[in-house]
Write a protein that binds this ligand. Structure first.
Ligand code: PLP
Length: 397
């Protein structure tokens, strides 16, 4: 959507923006976005992506504080100038080992990792995409993956959600270099990509495969290595693997893992890597501490999965509109945007923070309550949330 240049009004010495008709339209449609100041001391938070409860972990906080004493606050420049500290480098090596890939490269955010990598791969000599390249993406892929393809030289082809038949048709219909891109766990639905089949398809069509496992890392796999660990998929099966650090790792930032050639290509050509300030080194140190916990403290994953089972079983018994997901993302499909927002507010009054997700983040008439579970929740929190959801649901029907 395009906004016209805002008109400035001088009003009691205050410069204010005039309300644009577009903003009013969004309000009328129940799609206006506003921010909430979160105080999760008084409510139970069911919308964070802190799946393992590491964002406020003492050991991670201590690592962050110690590193701040050593490195200071800012990294002071991009990685290629003087922003690449031994903390960043050590984390990259540990992430490579963790993911079973040759190398890993840190990015300042997941959005930038996706945006820059896809565009770079579509341009680079690595793929020499130019105009004869195609990026195939699941319709429900994260916005950053779609934006990456849109900002590239390649042609974007979107296939219906996890529809391998349609993807195969599309792959067959064009000739040129091909890159298939998918979320691992879909961020607003919580379901999992058929990654083994996608890897097979990619091989058959000589396409590269990129997986964004932002929600799988820490959560899936024996050591938290995500969907590729769970399915035992190697660097050959999934050559481009992306993960974020702001979710289960509880810190901030992101990485791409893959071959030596891939990483060197990105260092040379990913604009969102080259032209931005490196993560604060203390964040890298905190993430190293968090990575150790992700791998070692398997109880966090076990507890999380038992809470997921408890929630799903309870919600099914209560006939709540669950969506097919086994992940910590457990959306309830509401449909109407106003209703979803209203329920979110009602839940807040009852002491639960649950976000309403509306279009354009999800499709029209598919507004939902996106409930996310964390190893920090207790079975009693889940029971009380289910009770409240049941009450709201009964009031409606
Ligand atoms: C959160 C998320 C991102 C973006 O990561 P940030 O580090 O928050 O920028 C990318 N892809 C998916 C699937 C995500 O859920």
């Amino acid at each position: 959507m395009r906004y016209n240049a805002p008109k400035l009004l001088n009003f009691h010495k205050l410069t204010v923006f005039m309300y644009l008709p577009e903003l009013e339209t969004l309000k009328a449609q129940g799609l206006y976005r506003s921010r909430q100041i979160i105080d999760d001391k008084t409510v139970v938070n069911f919308c964070s992506n802190d799946y393992l409860g590491l964002a406020k972990n003492e050991t991670v906080i201590a690592a962050f504080k110690n590193a701040a004493d050593i490195y200071g606050v800012g990294s002071t420049s991009a990685h290629l100038i003087c922003g690449h500290s031994n903390a960043h480098h050590a984390l990259e090596e540990e992430l490579a080992e963790f993911t079973g890939r040759e190398r890993a490269l840190l990015f300042s955010t997941g959005y930038m990792a996706n945006l820059g990598s896809i565009a770079a791969l579509a341009k680079s000599t690595f793929l020499s995409f130019k105009k004869e390249g195609f990026v195939f993406e699941d319709k429900l892929n994260h916005a950053s993956l779609l934006d990456g393809a849109l900002s590239s030289d390649a042609t974007l082809k979107r296939y219906p959600h996890v529809d391998l038949k349609q993807l195969e048709k599309l792959l067959t219909s064009v000739s040129g270099k091909k890159l298939i891109v998918t979320d691992g766990i879909f961020s607003m639905d919580g379901d999992v990509a058929p990654l083994r089949e996608l890897a097979e398809l990619a091989k058959q069509h000589a396409a590269l495969l990129m997986v964004d496992d932002a929600h799988g890392f820490g959560v899936l796999g024996k050591t938290g290595g995500g969907l590729v660990e769970q399915l035992n998929l190697t660097q050959i099966d999934v050559p481009i693997l992306m993960g974020t650090l702001g979710k289960a790792f509880g810190t901030f930032g992101a990485f791409i893992a893959g071959s030596e050639t891939l990483i060197e290509t990105l260092i040379q050509s990913a604009r969102t890597y080259i032209y931005t300030t490196a993560l604060p080194p203390a964040i890298a140190q905190a993430t190293r501490a968090s990575l150790k916990i992700v791998i070692a403290q398997t109880w966090r994953r076990e507890k999380l999965h038992s809470l997921i089972t408890q929630f799903k079983t309870g919600a099914m018994q209560l006939n709540l509109p669950l969506m097919p997901s086994d992940s910590p993302i457990q959306p309830l499909l509401i449909g109407d945007s106003f209703r979803a927002t209203q329920m979110s507010l009602q839940l807040l009054e009852l002491g639960f923070l649950v976000s309403a997700i509306r279009p354009p983040t999800v499709q029209k008439n598919k507004a939902r309550l996106r409930i996310t579970l964390s190893a920090l929740h207790e079975p009693d929190d889940i029971s009380r949330l289910l009770e409240s959801l049941h009450c709201l649901n009964k009031l409606e029907n």
